[in-house]
Design a protein around this ligand. Sequence first.
Ligand SMILES: Cc1cc2nc3c(=O)[nH]c(=O)nc-3n(C[C@H](O)[C@H](O)[C@H](O)COP(=O)(O)OP(=O)(O)OC[C@H]3O[C@@H](n4cnc5c(N)ncnc54)[C@H](O)[C@@H]3O)c2cc1C
Length: 328
Amino acid sequence: MSKKNIAILGAGIAGLWQAYTLARAGHGVTLIERSENPFEEASSFYAGAMLAPYAEEEGAEKLIRELGLRGIELWRAHYPDTQFQGSLIVAAARDRRELDRFARMTKGHERVGEKQIAELEPDLAGRFLRGLYFAGEAHVQPLAAMEFLLSAAQQAGAVARFGRDKAPGNADLVIDCRGLAARDELPELRGVRGERLIIRSGEVTFTRPVRLLHPRFPLYVVPWGEELFLIGATQIESDESGPVTVRSALELLSSAYALHPAFGEAEIIEFGSGVRPSFPDNLPRIIVKGGHIHVNGLYRHGFLLAPVLAEMTALYIKDGVTHREVFS
Ligand SMILES: Cc1cc2nc3c(=O)[nH]c(=O)nc-3n(C[C@H](O)[C@H](O)[C@H](O)COP(=O)(O)OP(=O)(O)OC[C@H]3O[C@@H](n4cnc5c(N)ncnc54)[C@H](O)[C@@H]3O)c2cc1C
């Protein structure tokens, strides 16, 4: 295989997986990020980051499940701190229909009752009668995972340049992972804003992501360890990141309180929002324009799909192989 001199634009989760994968494949990789410090302008910083190929099918095409299952395998193979604890979905008794609908829309789950919920998450004992357990799902802590990938890419030979926004002129190939900033070349990209908050509670212990279904205010709580939890996330058609609104904070906090009243005593550590780069059908794309390849539209699934898209890009560079539903 001919080794190429590859520039990757953007050090969000998409660009990091590309840099790591392509450097390991023996290419000369330069990772260019416009922010002065790692991750400070990446929407990836705000992610859950659940690896939930089954549960996400509730609102996504089956392609996301198919690619996502490979994504989980790649996280397992490369990132030792990936948490393989599955995920749990519960609903209040009055929202039983939400749970039934969720079960119909998804695969990979088993129905669990009060006793099994208590076994899985003892702090939820006596709080919910029914739930769905997705044993094959996983999660990572986003900042730790991104730091790992950056360092692993550098160890594999990639050079990272921060505070720059252009590819060097001598690159054979540019992989464009600029997220929403790539709208200058991909006008159909749009932003889907997601707000989330980080809290600290010593009174609740979860070992896996827990989703609380609700017709208007669905919520997930992801345990990050050291008493930290991510509470997320809103989904608003907007290109604006920036401060979290009072309405969103109220909705997220009251849903967390409904999941477990002890969250009422938790300490709020941080509010924040990111904008998920999304195509009109919410599916990811690898768009080849000669020596410029866009990897974008990761929407709600950036952590889940970034390793698979990197694997596909590497295969395309090596053998010209394309995946019919992802490449254009
Ligand atoms: C609240 C929230 C929760 C989420 N939860 C999950 C989840 O649980 N699981 C999951 O899989 N996904 C989740 N996501 C989705 C995931 O975060 C996104 O799909 C992902 O962040 C998109 O990554 P990206 O690398 O394409 O874009 P970004 O992370 O935005 O990275 C793009 C990078 O490009 C840089 N850049 C821009 N222009 C230039 C330039 N000219 N030169 C160099 N660099 C440039 C930017 O500074 C940025 O660092 C969530 C998202 C949000 C907002």
